[in-house]
Structures are given as C-alpha cells and as structure tokens.
Write a protein that binds this ligand. Structure first.
Ligand code: NDP
Ligand code: OXD
Length: 309
C-alpha cells in the first residue's frame, strides 16, 4: 500500500517532511517516481498530468490538494469510479475571508480612486457611504462564501448569497437558481464570486451579468479564472458600468506578461493567493480522511461528479 503525492516541485518540498511526520504509517511515492503503479491505493494531487490517475489500477481514493477540483475534471481519463475528496480546511477558509474582506473594503472605500489621486498628487475628498449602505452579493454560498459573508456582516455590509440549491442561512438573504440570480444582482453594489468552476458556471461573469448590476458596482473574483469572460471586463470598466475589479484567478496562470489586466487602473491583480493550501493543517485533514476511509468509515467532502463540485 502506498500513497502517491503529486504537486508542484515547491509544494512537494514543503509537504514531504510533514507527510513523514504526520503519516508515518504510510509509504509515499513522489511523482514522477511512482514505482509500481499497482501498489498505489491513495493519491494526493494538485493538477496531475492527464492520464496519471487512470494509470493506477488499485486507486481507492483521490484527495485533491485544493478546495476546487476542476483541475481533476479536466483530465479526460479521470477514473470516475474512484471517489474524490476535496480539501476543506478552516485555515484556508479564514485566509479566503481575509482576502474577500480586504477586497470588498478596497472597492467600498474607493481605494483605486485614491491611489490614482495619489499618483496625480490630487487632494480631493470623495463622497463615501458606510458599509451598512453597500449591499454585497456572493455568488457561491458554500463553505467559503458563507464564512466570508459572516465576516462582512460583522463590518455592517448587508450580504446576500446565491447557491444552486435553495437553502436557509440565518441572517442572510439567499437566492438560488437563474431567477434568484437576477434579484440578487439588481441589489449587489459589490459582487463576489466564490463559485466552483463547472459547466454551469463557466463564463458567468460576462457583459450580460455586469449589465444587471447597479451602475458602478465592484467585482471580486476569487473563484476561478474560467468564471470571467475576460473580453467583457475592460469594456464594462471603461464604460463605468463597473467601478473596479479585484481578480485573484485567471484563465491562464500565471497571467501572461502584457495582458491588459496588469496595467488597467481599475483592476487589481493578485497571483492566485486568496487562500493557498496550508500543508501543516491540510496534511492532518487528509491523513485523518485516509485513516477513516481505510477503516471503512465515512469521509466528508466527497465531490458529486454529476454536479462537478
Ligand atoms: P462549496 O462547494 O462549499 O460551495 C460552492 C457553492 O457554489 C455552493 O453554495 C453551491 O451551491 C454553489 N454553486 C455551485 N454551482 C452553482 C450553480 N450552478 N449555480 C449557483 N450556485 C452554484 O465550495 P467552496 O466554498 O469550498 O469553494 C468554492 C470555490 O472557491 C472552489 O471551487 C475554488 O474554485 C475556489 N477557491 C479559490 C481559491 C483561491 O485561492 N482563489 C482557494 C480555494 C477555493 P449549493 O450550496 O446549492 O451546493
Ligand atoms: C483551491 C485553490 O481550490 O487554491 O484550493 O484555488
């Protein structure tokens, strides 16, 4: 019995000592040195090369090293009979909420305008609302969306959430499905995307959606780059339908040099760092899950492949 580990070389270097310390009972194989593929029962992976998982005939559980598993579903040979566990780690959830609160505050407090004014040495006060007058809509009201929503609410923002299935979350207006989306957009002065990337959410941040937001709304995308129809963003900013965008994720990562988002004065670019996987906590969570699975106990956060998240 062995566990395959596959991530970037830098991440592998961080994980290796932790795995030895926290999961001493397991033998690890670090890609590309996988040895006999038939000996591998479990895989801990981020962006595995297509076909790698299908080459492991005795694989029992795939543990994604991130919250999103779209990187796995891109593999046409993914062994779909093998359950996939996605990473749900309170440490990452806190990190994401910090990023969302920071980004919403930047847009709310007109940070991009004041940075522009500073560069122009222009001392000018702008009208400013308080948080209680700035409704925030969150697309994707799951683990990350709800935690960010709670933290925004403590600052006074009225927060609404949009999910696929109808639900009640105390203290929040919850919208579901396509009809619900229109109602939430019409009231969202800042829109946050924390959706998983699926066939149903691909390209959802597009000109049609921007037009349904109040004029001058702000956008935060920390879901996936594939949610944004990139060609629609700059026209929406230049026409002032949107007042600013904070983008952490991109269709192509790293964002290519020369891409117009890098230099646009109303776009903030961060390099997919909103909530990075944190090996010390993640290794414990995955180790416990593998122990439960091996003992025949239920494992949380198994992905529903029919929904794609
Ligand atoms: P969850 O599965 O807990 O939540 C997903 C939410 O999206 C749920 O509320 C779900 O609805 C909703 N949703 C899914 N599909 C649709 C749809 N078609 N229409 C409306 N709502 C939909 O995921 P997490 O909160 O843990 O993570 C969300 C995403 O955040 C990840 O998939 C990943 O892409 C991204 N992420 C980005 C990071 C970064 O550093 N930038 C770090 C970590 C994650 P329902 O409640 O009905 O199921
Ligand atoms: C994730 C991510 O999905 O880092 O965890 O984007």
């Amino acid at each position: 019995m062995a566990i395959l580990f596959r991530s970037s070389p830098a991440a592998t270097a961080r994980w290796r000592p932790l795995l030895a310390e926290l999961m001493p009972e397991h033998e690890f194989r670090f890609w590309p040195e996988i040895g006999d593929p038939a000996e591998i029962d479990y895989a801990m992976v981020w962006q595995p090369p297509p076909g790698l998982l299908a080459s492991l005939p005795n694989l029992k559980l795939i543990c994604g090293l991130g919250a999103g598993i779209d990187h796995l579903l891109r593999d046409p040979d993914l062994p779909r009979h093998v359950p996939i566990m996605r990473l749900v780690d309170p440490y990452m959830t806190d990190a994401m909420s910090e990023f969302i609160v920071l980004s919403v505050l930047r847009l709310h407090r007109q940070d991009l305008d004041y940075l522009g004014q500073q560069r122009a040495e222009n001392w000018e006060e702008r009208d400013q609302k308080n948080a209680c007058e700035r409704p925030v809509g969150i697309l994707g009201f799951g683990t990350l969306g709800q935690d960010a929503g709670r933290k925004l609410k403590t600052l006074g923002f009225p927060v609404a959430g949009w999910s696929r299935s109808a639900k009640e979350v105390t203290g929040f207006a919850i919208y579901a499905g396509r009809q619900g989306l229109d109602a939430m957009l019409a009231a969202s002065e800042i829109l946050v995307c924390l959706l998983p990337l699926t066939a149903a959410t691909e390209g959802i941040l597009n000109a049609g959606l921007f037009a349904r937001l109040p004029k001058g709304a702000g956008l935060v995308n920390a879901g996936r780059g594939g949610h944004l129809t990139e060609a629609d963003l700059i026209p929406a900013l230049d026409s002032e339908q949107l007042s600013g965008a904070v983008l952490d994720v991109f269709r192509e990562e790293p964002l290519p040099k020369g891409h117009p988002f890098w230099r646009h004065p109303r776009v903030v670019v961060t390099p997919h760092i909103a909530a990075e996987t944190h090996p010390p906590t993640a290794a414990r969570i995955i180790g416990d899950a593998i122990r439960s699975f091996a003992a025949g106990l239920p494992v949380d956060n198994i992905v529903d492949l029919t929904q794609g998240y």
